[in-house]
Design a protein around this ligand. Sequence first.
Ligand SMILES: [Zn+2]
Length: 151
Amino acid sequence: MESTYEFLVKCPVCSQPVVVPISDISVIKNSPHFPVSITHVHNDHAFTIFVDKELRIRAVEASDIIAELDSLKKQRKIKELYIPIPFPKPVKLDGLLREELILVSLSDGTRDISEIASVLNISVKKAKLLAEKLVREKKLLKVEKRINSSI
Ligand SMILES: [Zn+2]
């Protein structure tokens, strides 16, 4: 006997019709509680359907599971910090480009490169490369890698 089942749902996030396949319908039929909730990932978002004993959809709800995953990813991303460390004495800044000047002046030994990148409106990767170039040119002491242990 075929135990797979498909629910046709209108996605509450993007309003597209979506087929939600269930590989084993007996899991729903034998559930001790109703309605049964099934969360379905649709493109970059997700929704949850609530199904009763007769396999009727009782409710459809947008799910924030993707937003939760994104915020977890962000937390992981800021775990590694790159801190540009300035020289203890002022350095000659002539000949530097505007972005480089701002980067050097924002480097106070506590600011993370991603923070500086957002001020400069450039990517973190680009800011990191720029900071490394400034270290080679002796405008910055070093770029220190720190692990953020508060997370
Ligand atoms: Zn959708």
